[in-house]
Design a protein around this ligand. Sequence first.
Ligand code: LRH
Length: 492
Amino acid sequence: MKNRYYVACDLGAESGRVMLGSVSDGKLVLEEVHRFPTGAVRIQGSLRWNILGIFEALKVGLRKIAARGIEVVSLSVDSWGVDYALFNERQPLLALPYQYRDARTEKRYTHALETIGREKIFSETGIQFMSINTLYHLIADVEENSDLLSIADQFLTIADYVNYLFSGVARVEVSLASTTQIYNPTKKTWSDELIRHFNLPQRLFPPIVSSGTILGPITAELSSENNLRDVEVVATCSHDTGAAVAAVPAGADDDWAYLSSGTWSLIGVELPEPKIDDDVLQGNYTNEAGFGGTTRFLKNIVGLWLLQESRRSWQRAGQEYDYAELNAMAESAEPFRSLIDPDDARFLSPEDMPEAIASFCRDTGQPEPQSPSEFARCILESLALLYRETLDTIERLTGRTIRRLHIVGGGSQSTLLNQFAANATGRKVLAGPVEATAIGNVLIQAYAMKDLDSLAAIRELVGKSFTIDEFQPDEPQRWSDAQQRFATLRSR
Ligand code: LRH
């Protein structure tokens, strides 16, 4: 039988990839066909996505695949959460989508919480409070872009928007719907209450579909332009984190947690249903919708953004380091010289990340890191210590015992961070696969096309197909001393 191929268009905040997947001899074979930068654009005082540039780059990847003459059965897009595009019947795009870090939500976020109260928003959505959430961006649009909203038919979250450009079918897949903080996971619909309270135009909200829904064939225009025939567009887990967690090579037991590691560190457990109560609200944990009706109970931690932005800043100053170099440099730097609280608001969108880190150290009476090696070490140690605190809180909130931490995504390539995570958490770390988001995307397509029949089958296939590296906890005393220092910084 000829191989069946699935195409994953995987969009991250730093780069996008077109990946080709197929199952051969009982294993998933995945190939990166095209990679391109995505990064936000600073323009006229705002931060935006060049979404049509991204769309064009995806088409380059598709044409490379078409040139091979293989049988492509389907394609699907996954992306970062919360951002969206506005469009109407005649205009494919009404404005450049805002990047979630754009400062326009800051005051609206505070104001929104004051008017309706955190309790109400949380009981409606079960979603963690972050000023980047779609809800606060839509409120900003109502207040400052009402002319634009008045001509928009709908909004679509990023991956769903690109799926729409591919298929002509406008749907929001549930995993991305839940990142908006306007989705009610109990009623499984948009929250009418929040829509009414914040005067959001009801017509903007598209129908919601579940993970693994076939939207329809790619449009005739794209089919002939890119020489691809009979390709179905599938809404997999449009949310990259949802796709990544579906690809965690874990079994049916519940003593494991995941860390989807990239620009963000998404750390949590999988639950059969949302957990929406006062303790979860107080801890600011989230219940995102996952594949097969699961809930991703997790915390968004700022993640490798700290290192990515530092690297950008050194680049501007003419110093080029790749991530492998930065890890090696961090390894040789002095341990626990200075620690930061990665959650501190100054790290959300600073103009100069190393300066923001140095200012945190000054304010807390610690030595400022002097070299990229010291900065990188400080970032990786601080992240690992925050993983520890987060896992402990998750155990308390869910009553689970976590024995293993699965680290997936690009960040799992950092063996130093993997070892730090094992040391800090006192748990075994299982690292890989690196391309978890694309793998989840591909295998949920295989599920939608009836080539796989369950989440368990997806995970088993991942386990059989990729090498998973193990890291055992080490240096317990040093890390527990550091944890105390870290806790003091966090409670300032
Ligand atoms: C990671 C991610 C995360 C969201 C953030 C905006 O890429 O999707 O889950 O919260 O981007």
